[in-house]
Design a protein around this ligand. Structure first.
Ligand code: F6R
Length: 617
């Protein structure tokens, strides 16, 4: 998730663009760059690190601009966050500059073709192929029609992208294209803007145009033309933004957390992008662990903290089921102090959103000292944990600003499923079509999560009604147990309430004594399909607690009428395969905790005593 800005008009373009980037920095901040036309010549400046580094570089080397410019703040996906990988990327003649948000899935193939035709690549990014392709297209056409060149290039791209380009060949024009990635246009008076979201230009105009899928916009100071990829005029939605500048970067939401919950379908979809090769096999190219090394693995140990630990607990079920490799999951802070048994045949998977949690980092260093191979699952490209690991699988959730992990948890789950399936593939434990069936089920998850988000209003009402509760218990079985743990953690950290999760089968061994009249108990019910024994047992558990006075809040798949008679509140989620259920079952629990915390007047983005990245042991 990167931030993109484009401007064409009479104002100093560089200033407008950099000011827009400052408003988009929440979307990514590992590097930033700009391209402007200065006396008809293309000039770029880009720097790794925060926008301040770019500002300093621009101060040292000031540019004039002809009222046309583009800028980018990056959240790295392909290639480390370095100066060279920062956007814009230019063609070999330095006449075309491109910025990009998203992932071009077929970039490797396109890069090989371009290199065969003599193109020299200067970065490791997928984006650079577009600069070269546009350059080739413009040379072939010979008519300086950057819009037509962009349409033609887009027809060859696969994946999700917002692309913005300028060229010396078309000095009055900013061209942008969109597929499955955000792009809005700001209509000004004698000037026009474009950006990943309205935050970038809200100080200049509140009249916005939302582009549809597979559309190209040509932006001049006095005109905005939108077409489809074939050049036919395309319908767009014009609207007036009624947020002010400070609300805009939160997309109109009061808190980042609310926005991040809503972003989950996109985050899940992005994390799945580019993982399946043309021949249908899974390719995890940042994996860096050779298939023969993965075939030697005799044990997996997952280390993580907090929410990431819960993702690990769920991963265990999937990995053991699909790969039949023993899998242990351990809280990272405990791991190295118990003298764990590790060797070269142990694969240690370190899950960390930030890539900086000291507990996880120390555990992985210990594992590497014991000669184990370490694979990181991480959301922050270039952070310490992936840097120190043998391989990495990045989640593509984009920056998460709210302290409580939401979208990064769902994407960690997706990454864990991908690792499990990849291991099954390289070890020959599953046929390609079996793997593809599960990938297909995962590909439907964004839609299912969206469905949950459309139906959570009753969960919000319920949460508000429980704002005075002292304790909430959570019960689950199988993969629903870590989901229950995640629900309890969210409630503790956001609402500062006592919340505890139990494996439902453990109730009778003690915790059932806690049940008293009116005590809210949230129960995550496993799917009836495939786990019918567990399903029936948990229905009995619900009856047991209800008989003792509990107020039962039941999360069950739609159409599961067997739980209805025992549910004081029934929250229905889409029916999905058992192992994937956590992706949908977690969402109502996030909403529940967030809303309850808001009802108590808490700041859900910065809960007390907590930090987003815990860099102490
Ligand atoms: C909970 C939460 C924390 C983190 C934990 C690990 O919402 O955010 O429990 O999950 O501190 O952080 P990472 O994943 O960055 O290692």
């Amino acid at each position: 998730m990167c931030g993109i800005v484009g401007y064409v008009g009479p104002k100093p373009a560089l200033e407008v663009v950099v000011e827009g980037l400052a408003r988009l920095e929440y979307r990514g901040y590992d590097s930033a760059g700009v391209a402007v036309l200065s006396d008809g010549k293309l000039q770029t400046e880009k720097r790794a690190g925060k926008l301040a580094n770019l500002r300093a570089a621009l101060k040292e080397n000031p540019r004039s601009a002809d009222g046309i410019g583009i800028g980018h703040t990056r959240w790295a996906t392909h290639g480390a966050p370095t100066d060279g990988n920062a956007h814009p990327h230019v063609d070999n003649a330095n006449r075309v500059a491109v910025i990009h948000n998203g992932i071009i899935e077929n970039f490797a193939q396109l890069r090989v073709e371009l290199e065969e035709r003599g193109c020299k690549f200067r970065s490791e990014t997928d984006t650079e192929v577009v600069a070269h392709l546009l350059s080739e297209e413009l040379a072939e056409r010979g008519d300086n029609d950057l819009g037509a060149a962009m349409r033609s290039v887009c027809r060859r791209l696969e994946g999700a992208f917002t692309l913005v380009a300028i060229s010396e060949d078309a000095p009055d024009l900013v061209v942008a294209a969109r597929r499955n990635s955000p792009l809005v246009v700001g209509r000004g008076d004698g000037e026009n803007f474009l950006a990943s979201d309205v935050a970038a230009f809200i100080a200049h105009t509140r009249d916005a145009i939302e582009l549809g899928q597979d559309q190209v916009v040509e932006l001049r100071a006095d005109s905005i033309t939108v077409t489809d990829y074939d050049g036919a005029p395309a319908p767009v939605r014009e609207y007036h933004v009624d947020w002010d500048a400070s609300a805009a970067e939160k997309g109109g939401y009061e808190y980042f957390m609310l926005k991040e919950i809503v972003e989950q379908p996109r985050a899940v979809a992005d994390t799945l992008l580019g993982r399946v090769a043309v021949d249908g096999t899974l390719t995890l190219d940042e994996m860096r662990l050779a298939p023969h090394e993965l075939r030697e693995i005799s044990k997996i140990v997952i280390i993580a903290c907090g929410t990431s630990y819960h993702a690990g607990l769920i991963a265990k079920y999937a990995i053991e089921h699909w790969c039949r490799i023993p899998c242990e999951v351990e809280v990272a802070s405990e791991f190295r102090y118990r003298d764990p048994i590790l060797d070269r045949q142990t694969l240690v998977i370190a899950i960390s959103q930030s890539g900086e949690s000291m507990d996880t980092l120390m555990a992985l260093r210990y594992a590497r000292e014991q000669q184990s191979r370490v694979l990181a699952i991480c959301n922050v490209n270039g952070s310490t944990i992936p840097r120190e690991s043998d391989g990495v699988l990045y989640t593509h959730a984009g920056p998460e600003v709210g302290v409580a992990a939401t979208k990064t948890f769902l994407t960690q789950l997706v990454a864990c499923y991908l690792v499990g399936l990849y291991l099954a593939q390289v070890r020959g434990l599953k046929f390609g079509d079996e793997i593809n069936t599960i990938i297909g089920q995962l590909a439907r998850m964004p839609e299912q999560v969206d469905k949950v988000l459309q139906t959570v209003e009753p969960v919000r009402e319920l949460a508000r009604s429980l704002a005075d509760a002292k304790t909430v218990l959570f019960l689950g079985r199988h993969v629903g147990y870590p989901v229950a743990m995640e629900g309890a953690l969210k409630l503790k950290e956001l609402a500062y309430m006592h919340a505890e999760a139990f494996a439902a089968g453990e109730l009778k061994h003690g915790p059932i004594a806690l049940i008293e009249d009116g005590l809210p108990v949230v129960v995550v019910v496993p799917s009836r399909e495939g786990r019918s024994v567990l399903h029936d047992k948990i229905v009995s558990n619900i009856q047991e607690i209800r008989a003792r006075g509990a107020r039962t809040i039941v999360i069950a798949e739609e159409g599961d009428d067997s739980v209805r008679p025992y549910s004081d509140t029934l929250i229905e989620i889409p029916a999905v395969p058992t192992l994937l259920q956590p992706i949908v079952a977690t969402v109502p629990l996030q909403v529940f905790a967030c809303e309850l915390a808001l009802a108590k007047g808490n700041d859900v983005d910065q809960p007390r005593n907590l930090a987003k990245s815990v860099t102490v042991e």
